[in-house]
Design a protein around this ligand. Structure first.
Ligand code: ZN
Length: 500
């Protein structure tokens, strides 16, 4: 066996161990968010910390560097080259960060997150400020360790979530998007706002639950390799091919439960669609957060908020939800789930304003990382941008700059992946529509398999074989743009608001 083949096998074996450790941590984390009794928190934190340490030891094992050198000297086939390229990327990132900084980041972020929780409840930014200052300083240090090839600090951090993404590229994507979204919102003022009669109707939880389960089953989620439970904030986590979704129910908002479950279901289909033969290799992993989010948004919005979907779904809704659906029809529910209302909270935002919330955060975190904005000036800048981008006045910091957990746990460069997900989703949906001869007819018939298979063949099955940008070009024939998203949303909202 040539030395490089041997080295590659060693790399795969170690990478598989790291994946098994990651999957075990995921199970601990899933349990913590779903069924763990409150008194188990301290010990669980220790368990998770130990798993993280073991994972980091494997990720930075100096033998990896030697094996990678050997593999690069004698490249194998295409698959092997792609896996080695991604392993090199992971190894470089893990070893660029000094262990002391990693430990300080972990300790600070865990405490800062708790301080953020208290400050948010009290709507008291001053309480959180010392922690934010510390977090920003540490993230700047982290970015300075990671940045290479002309990246800015922000670029270096964003690269962890969306490989290859740079702020310059995003600014080019976001500028026309912002203009179009603002113009679209103004056009809607001249249209007819859909009635909101169904919105506050109370429906028993077991009925809501059987309804959303039926929809996720129709999407093709495999319950032999996954399950749905409940948590305060819905999420999807993979325990190595076994995919756990969570959702939540409000007694008077079944559309929220449906949207959340279809969203997490889309993430789940991606995880279930990753090639299991490559488990433990980068080729068996999701490529980026933006691509991941495209899968959830596609099912949540392009499917679940389409007229064609509701034409199929209405009898199922009536069957599961009972009398609550009396006097409703497909058109009224389709219109209702596409209502647009500029507001303060990102996670409650509609499709026409969501990305404006993201752009506010994108502006601010670039300035914080570059040192152009001081942490103490965050609330003022936040409120100013909300007025400018969304036309809303922020009444307090709880509903302003303290609303998201991300920055308190050190996630800078993360928010734009949500908007990229929306853009990728629209571009994938347009291509799938063309390739499958029209998605509407399939959705009206409740035939979701062709769409799921198209996504599998063009996105899921590749793992990290291609970069996100390459994957987009291969799947759709073009680089990512905001054009498909703008067209899709304009068409739909003009229809919902009866604008000629
Ligand atoms: Zn998501």
């Amino acid at each position: 066996m040539p030395a490089s083949t041997d080295a590659y096998q060693q790399l795969l074996a170690l990478s598989r161990e790291a994946s098994l450790l990651g999957a075990t941590s995921a199970l601990l984390a899933w349990d913590q968010e779903t069924y763990m009794p409150g008194g188990a928190g301290e010990r669980r934190a220790e368990q998770l910390e130990l798993m993280a340490t073991l994972g980091h030891e494997r990720a930075t094992d100096p033998r990896i560097g030697e094996w990678l050198t050997s593999c690069t000297a004698t490249p194998g086939d295409d698959e092997q080259q792609a896996a080695v390229r991604e392993m090199q990327r992971d190894y470089d990132r893990a070893t660029r960060l000094p262990t002391a900084l990693v430990a300080e980041l972990a300790a600070t972020e865990s405490r800062a997150q708790q301080a953020w929780g208290t400050a948010r409840t009290a709507s008291d930014f001053a309480q959180f400020l010392p922690w934010l200052e510390k977090i920003v300083a540490l993230q700047q240090q982290k970015a300075d360790c990671l940045k290479h090839d002309g990246q800015s600090r922000w670029d270096a951090l964003a690269d962890m979530y969306e490989p290859g993404m740079r702020a310059d590229t995003l600014r080019t994507l976001f500028a026309p998007l912002r203009q179009s979204l603002v113009a679209l919102r103004q056009q809607l003022d001249a249209g007819t706002r859909p009635a909101e009669t169904f919105k506050k109707r109370e429906i028993a939880e077991p009925r809501q639950e059987s309804f959303v389960h039926a929809i996720v089953a129709a999407m093709g989620f495999d319950f032999q390799r996954g399950r749905i439970d409940r948590s305060a904030h819905p999420f999807c986590i993979s325990i190595g091919g076994d995919v756990r979704l969570t959702t939540r129910f409000h007694k008077d908002n079944v559309l929220d439960a449906l949207g959340s479950t279809m969203h997490e279901g889309g993430h789940g289909l991606y995880e279930q669609g990753l090639p299991s033969k490559h488990f433990g290799s980068p080729l068996g992993e999701a490529v980026s957060l933006g691509i991941h989010e495209s899968q959830s948004r596609l099912w949540e919005n392009h499917v679940g908020r389409s007229r064609a979907f509701w034409q199929w779904c209405m009898p199922h809704a009536q069957q599961h939800l009972g009398g609550a659906c009396d006097e409703q029809d497909a058109q009224s529910l389709y219109a209702l789930c596409n209502l647009v209302s500029p507001d303060l909270i990102r996670v409650e935002a509609d499709e026409a304003t969501y990305d404006l919330h993201v752009m506010v955060r994108f502006e601010i975190e670039q300035a914080l990382m570059a040192g152009d904005l001081l942490a103490k000036d965050l609330p003022a800048r936040w409120n100013e941008l909300y007025l400018d981008y969304l036309g809303v006045t922020v009444p307090d910091d709880r509903r302003g700059c303290l609303q998201d957990v991300h920055w308190s746990c050190g996630l800078f460069g993360y928010f734009p992946t949500y908007t990229m997900g929306n853009l990728y989703a629209a571009q994938f949906a347009a291509k799938a529509d063309e390739a499958l001869g029209g998605l509407d007819a399939l959705m009206q018939a409740g035939d979701f398999a062709p769409l799921r298979e198209w996504l599998h063949d063009n996105v899921h099955c590749h793992g990290r074989r291609y970069s996100p940008a390459e994957l987009c070009e291969r799947a759709t024939g073009a680089p990512l743009s905001s054009e498909h998203f703008i067209n899709y949303l304009t068409r739909k909202l003009h229809d919902v608001y009866a604008i000629a």
